[in-house]
Ligand binder design. Structure first.
Ligand code: NOJ
Length: 550
C-alpha cells in the first residue's frame, strides 16, 4: 500500500490558476492563496505544470534555468513558502520535469551552438547536412521539420517540439548527471513527486531512419520517436542515482506508450517509474492527419481502452486515471454534453474518474465543469502548437473554415483559459486583462456559485472524493466491464473481499433501461439525479453508484 495509490492528484496550470501580482498571469503566490480551496476538494497531491525560468515559447515547457523560478511566477522564496504551506495542510507537491529538451536560451544550448568544440556541443543532437537538405524527414510534433539549421556550426539540431526546444543528447553521460543533479535539487527541498514530461522520448534511435510516407502520427510516435533502445536503461539509472533515495511519486508522461510496452515502464520489479500517463483515450479520435483531422468518437472503443489498461496493470504496475489536462480540450465538451446536459454530464465524468482502479488526476476547472472556449477567430489563440498548425494549414491550402472548426474542438487553449473563480471582472482570476481571454460563460460557471449550491458539480466532486477515500474497494478493488458492447451505457463492477460496487454511467442524451436483476441486492450510494432511487431507467447522462447490501 502506498500513499500515492490512495491519493488523488489535482493538476494546476499555473499561468491560468490565480493571478496575485496583477500582471494578468497566474503565479505561485496565487496558488498559495487558493490552497484552502484545493484542500477543500479532498485531494492529496498537487501537480503544478512548469514554473521554472523560461522564455515561455511553450508556456514553461522550454526551460532556460532548471534551478530557478520564472519571474512571472515568483522566486525561490515564493516557492519555499508555497511548499511549506502545502505541507502544513497535508498536501503534497508534484513538480514537472522537462528534460527531453531545454530552451534554446538555456546557457548549455547557447554555448553548444557557438562551436563544435564547446563541451556543451555534445549536450544536444546534431547532424551534418547542407542548408537546404535536412538530415531526414522527421516532423516536429508542433508542425514543420524537426531539424533546424545552425549557421555558426553549419549543422542541424534536432527539436521534436518547437524550434526553440532543442532535444538533449541523453547518450552523453554528463547530460544525465546534470539531470540527476536537477532532480536532487528539488527533491532535497522536500518536493514529493515528479511528473516527467515526454519521458518516453529521451532515448533516440541513432540511425535516424526516414519515416514512411502516410504513417499515422500515433505510429510515428511509437516506432520512431518514443521507446528508444536505451530508454529503460536511462530511467533505471535515474531511479538508482536519485529517485530511489526519496519517498516520492513518479509519473512518466508517455506519448508512444501503449498496451504492448506500458508495463515495461512501471513494473515494480524493474525499479523505473510508479505510473505513466498514456493517451489511448485522448488520441482515439485523431484521424489520419492527427488531432486537427478528427474522426467520430467510438464509445465501445473508449470503454475498451479503460478495460484493457486496467487488465494490463491488474497484477503488476499501477494505473493513472485522467480524462483531460492542459494539452487537450475540456472533458465535458469532449466526452460529455456541454450544452443541455452540462451539469449532468460533468458529474457523470467525475463519477468515471473517481471510480476506476488507479490514481485519479483532476485538472483545474473540471471540478466546476469548465467547457471549451468559443473564440470567434484565430487571433484569440495563444498556443504555439495551435498557431503553427494554423500556419501550416494555410500553406497546405486547407479548407480554413473546416480547419478552424477543428481548432475550436481540439486546441490546447480550450483547457488553458483562466480559472473561473466568480462572476466578477475576468472571472475573479486577475485584476487586469488576462494573458488569454476568459471563457464568456464564467458568469454562470464559477467556483463561487458552486460553493453555495449543494447540488453543484463542485460539491458532487467533493462527495465522490470522500466516497473514494472511505472505500478502499474503489481504489484497489478488481474491475470488470459489465456490458462492453452496450452502445450507451458504461457499467462496471468494482469489488474485493470487503465490498462490491456497481457503477452505471449513461453516456447519452436519452434515457436507457438497466437490468433490474443486476442491482437487486444493492443500495444506491450516490447519483447525479436526485430522484433516481427506485427507477430502472437511467436518465440522460445519469451516473449511479450502487453498493452491495451486506
Ligand atoms: C507535453 C506537455 O504536457 C506539453 O504541454 C508540452 O508542450 C510538450 N510536452 C513539450 O514539452
Amino acid at each position: 500500500m502506498k500513499w500515492w495509490k490512495e491519493g488523488i492528484i489535482y493538476q494546476i496550470y499555473p499561468r491560468s490558476f490565480f493571478d496575485s501580482s496583477g500582471n494578468g498571469i497566474g503565479d505561485l503566490n496565487g496558488i498559495s492563496k487558493k490552497l484552502h480551496y484545493i484542500k477543500s476538494l479532498g485531494v492529496d497531491m498537487v501537480w503544478i505544470c512548469p514554473f521554472y525560468k523560461s522564455p515561455n515559447k511553450d508556456n514553461g515547457y522550454d526551460i532556460s534555468d532548471y534551478k530557478d523560478i520564472s519571474k512571472i511566477f515568483g522566486d525561490l522564496n515564493t516557492f519555499d513558502t508555497l511548499l511549506k504551506k502545502m505541507h502544513s495542510l497535508g498536501l503534497k507537491l508534484i513538480m514537472d520535469l522537462v528534460v527531453n529538451h531545454t530552451s534554446d536560451k538555456h546557457p548549455w544550448f547557447k554555448k553548444a551552438r557557438k562551436s563544435r568544440k564547446s563541451k556543451f556541443h555534445d549536450y544536444y543532437i546534431w547532424k551534418d547536412g547542407e542548408k537546404d537538405k535536412k538530415p531526414n524527414n522527421w516532423k516536429s510534433v508542433f508542425s514543420g521539420s524537426a531539424w533546424k539549421w545552425n549557421e555558426q556550426t553549419k549543422e542541424y539540431f534536432l527539436h521534436l517540439y518547437t524550434k526553440n526546444q532543442p532535444d538533449l543528447n541523453w547518450e552523453n553521460p554528463t547530460v544525465r548527471k546534470e539531470v540527476y543533479s536537477i532532480i536532487d535539487f528539488w527533491l532535497s527541498k522536500g518536493v514529493d513527486g515528479i511528473r516527467m514530461d515526454v519521458i518516453s522520448l529521451i532515448s533516440k534511435r541513432l540511425d535516424f531512419k526516414n519515416i514512411p510516407n502516410n504513417m499515422i502520427f500515433i505510429d510515428v510516435m511509437e516506432k520512431y520517436y518514443a521507446n528508444g533502445p536505451r530508454v529503460h536503461e536511462y530511467i533505471k539509472e535515474m531511479n538508482k542515482k536519485v529517485l530511489s533515495k526519496y519517498d516520492i511519486v513518479t509519473i512518466g508522461e508517455g506519448p508512444g506508450i501503449n498496451l504492448n510496452n506500458g508495463l515495461d515502464y512501471v513494473n515494480e520489479d524493474e525499479n523505473e517509474l510508479n505510473m505513466i500517463f498514456h493517451f489511448d483515450h485522448l488520441t482515439m479520435d485523431f484521424g489520419k492527419e492527427g488531432k486537427y483531422d478528427p474522426i467520430p468518437f467510438d464509445f465501445i472503443k473508449f470503454k475498451k481502452i479503460f478495460s484493457n489498461w486496467d487488465k494490463l496493470f491488474s497484477k503488476r504496475g499501477w494505473n493513472s486515471i485522467f480524462l483531460g489536462n492542459h494539452d487537450f480540450s475540456r472533458i465535458v465538451s469532449r466526452f460529455g454534453n456541454d450544452n443541455e446536459f452540462h451539469e449532468e454530464s460533468s458529474k457523470l465524468l467525475a463519477t468515471l474518474l473517481m471510480t476506476l482502479r488507479g490514481t485519479p488526476s483532476l485538472y483545474q476547472g473540471d471540478e466546476i465543469g469548465m467547457t471549451n472556449v468559443d473564440y470567434s477567430n484565430i487571433s484569440f489563440y495563444d498556443d504555439v502548437e495551435t498557431i503553427n498548425a494554423w500556419k501550416e494549414a494555410i500553406d497546405n491550402k486547407k479548407n480554413m473554415k473546416k480547419f478552424f472548426e477543428a481548432i475550436q474542438k481540439q486546441s490546447r487553449d480550450n483547457a488553458r483559459t483562466p480559472m473561473q473563480w466568480d462572476n466578477k471582472k475576468n472571472a475573479g482570476f486577475s485584476k487586469v486583462k488576462p494573458w488569454i481571454k476568459v471563457n464568456d460563460n464564467y458568469k454562470k460557471i464559477n467556483v463561487k456559485n458552486q460553493e453555495k449550491d449543494l447540488d453543484s458539480i463542485l460539491n458532487y466532486y467533493k462527495l465522490l472524493i470522500k466516497l473514494r477515500k472511505e472505500n478502499s474497494t474503489l481504489v484497489y478493488g478488481k474491475y470488470e466491464d459489465l456490458g462492453p458492447m452496450h452502445t450507451k451505457i458504461f457499467s462496471y463492477k468494482r469489488w474485493d473481499e470487503n465490498d462490491v460496487f456497481i457503477i452505471h454511467l449513461n453516456f447519452s442524451n436519452c434515457s436507457v433501461k438497466i437490468n433490474s436483476n443486476e442491482i437487486k441486492d444493492y443500495k444506491l450510494v450516490i447519483s447525479n439525479y436526485t430522484f433516481a432511487k427506485k427507477s430502472y431507467n437511467l436518465n440522460p447522462w445519469e451516473a449511479r453508484i450502487y453498493k452491495l447490501i451486506k
